[in-house]
Design a protein around this ligand. Structure first.
Ligand code: ADE
Length: 235
């Protein structure tokens, strides 16, 4: 059983996602337990404020350290738990990082995701409590909840038992640094578009070869950077 803790100002975003998605299955099957923790519950301010103006001036509000620290410290075994902060300044999250984190999760059994809001959080939380900083892409979102969900979803897919069929991991995009080959299902004819003949041939070796070829062509066309990576890994 793995435990994911989300420190957030919007616990409903996290709860809603897990109540509706395929990820719900892993909760029902006792593979995963999620805990969304409202940082506001740890405010000592009578209006439940958790942000303040930046020292030195500037636009926007900064999330204060004390409520976040108290929220982290409320988590059992937090000293031994990776604390992942979602930020555009983090290292880029990709399939390699995802696999590394899945291995890390197998050891630690739990992760804490710290979801920021406003213009940032007090650096002292990061300096003392955060173990990993990740960005899910070079754009800025309004908060860390979506990145935390993106990361947890893809990490859990790497852990056995979340997907019904572990074969789907081997075949999917980014395995061997190739994008996925095209897929077809019934009906055999859609408007004037037939299914490629080879897929109806029943010749499994030929089908495998065709899929590899299409995956390579598609990757060369859409993501030449992945082909370069693949060649570098080989040499
Ligand atoms: N918070 C805001 N934007 C983000 C991004 N691109 N990645 C991770 N966390 C974020």
């Amino acid at each position: 059983m793995y435990n994911f803790y989300y420190l957030t100002l919007f616990p409903a975003i996290i709860n809603t996602y897990f109540s509706e998605s395929i990820m719900r299955r892993s909760i029902d099957n006792h593979i995963l337990q999620i805990h969304s923790i409202d940082i506001r519950d740890f405010s000592s301010n009578k209006h439940n404020r958790v942000d303040d103006y930046p020292y030195g001036g500037g636009a926007g509000m900064i999330m204060q350290a004390p409520p976040i620290i108290k929220a982290i410290e409320s988590i059992e075994n937090h000293q031994k738990t990776p604390v992942i902060f979602l930020t555009p300044s983090g290292i880029p999250f990709n399939i390699q990082e995802c696999k590394k984190l899945a291995l890390k999760l197998k050891k630690s059994k739990q992760f804490i995701f710290l979801c920021g809001h406003y213009e940032g959080i007090d650096q002292r939380v990061i300096d003392r409590y955060v173990t990993d900083e990740y960005s899910i892409g070079d754009y800025v979102l309004t908060g860390g909840e979506l990145p935390a969900l993106v990361m947890s979803d893809s990490i859990m897919r790497q852990i056995g038992g979340v997907l019904g069929n572990n074969e789907s991991l081997k075949e999917e995009s980014f395995e061997n640094n190739l994008l996925e080959y095209p897929q077809y299902t019934r009906p055999q004819m859609v408007e004037d578009m037939p299914v490629p003949d080879v897929l109806l041939s029943g010749n499994h070796a030929k089908i495998k070869e065709w899929r590899k070829k299409r995956a390579t062509e598609i990757t060369e066309m859409k993501r030449p950077d992945l082909i370069k990576l693949k060649n570098n890994l080989k040499s």
